[in-house]
Design a protein around this ligand. Sequence first.
Ligand code: SF4
Length: 84
Amino acid sequence: MKKLVVNEDACISCGACVSIDEEHFAFNDNMVSHAISQDNLDSEAVNTAIESCPTGAISIKEDSECEGCCENCKHEEGEVDEGI
Ligand code: SF4
């Protein structure tokens, strides 16, 4: 299964993805973008947002490729890995 991932360490909070695709991206309390939906990942908007990110922080990965770099993985694991 594919997963929309924002590498929080790479996000510079420019706001591009959030303004382009409100369905998939929002700022968290730290003003870092994170994925808010895993539906409709083939949409033009999500792909435009990925292409527009100046730091390449956004990607769509297979579950097996995930490295725990975003809130989605941390929430699924139930706790934050301090090594990340
Ligand atoms: S476009 Fe990239 S750098 Fe800008 S807010 Fe979104 S994830 Fe962060």
